[in-house]
Design a protein around this ligand. Structure first.
Ligand code: CU
Length: 151
């Protein structure tokens, strides 16, 4: 029952805890390295764990992401334990909106894949072909080697 409640966010989606045990922090977590080791799909969830006295989660445009500009957010989360479910494929960009934090690395962008493109696709076994017996070409003798009398 507890387990169901924990993983029951979205139907079968994977829950990704941002930064793993470090959570959402400005203290030395490389979030792009964290993201690069994972595959994100529509239906998955990102969980941001942090102290909301010091941080927030601000979803921004790619442009604002590059600039660490948080004043025009697409969404803002401030509970300290925020679950963001991926509802569409494509990039999503998150920064901390507290001044200075994004600049020193508290920023994350992820690429969500469509749910249909599962990373684990079972290979379909094709029909096994028995090698058909074939005739090896018998060497046809090249009979005539002209004898030239060199002069
Ligand atoms: Cu912060």
């Amino acid at each position: 029952m507890i387990l169901v409640a924990l993983i029951g966010v979205g139907v079968g989606g994977t829950v990704h805890k941002v930064g793993d045990s470090s959570g959402w922090t400005m203290m030395g977590v490389d979030y792009q390295a964290w993201a690069s080791s994972r595959t994100f799909q529509v239906g998955d969830s990102l969980v941001f764990e942090y102290n909301n006295e010091f941080h927030d989660v601000t979803e921004v445009t790619p442009h604002d992401f590059e600039l660490c500009y948080s004043s025009n957010p697409l969404a803002r989360y401030q509970t300290g334990s925020d679950t963001v479910t991926l509802t569409k494929p494509g990039f999503q960009h998150f920064i901390c909106g507290v001044p200075g934090h994004c600049d020193i690395g508290q920023k994350l962008h992820i690429l969500g894949f469509p749910a249909s493109l599962g990373p684990v696709a079972a290979p379909v076994p094709g029909p096994v072909r028995s090698p058909s017996s074939y005739m090896s070409p018998s060497p046809s003798p090249l009979a005539t080697s002209p004898t030239n009398a060199p002069q």
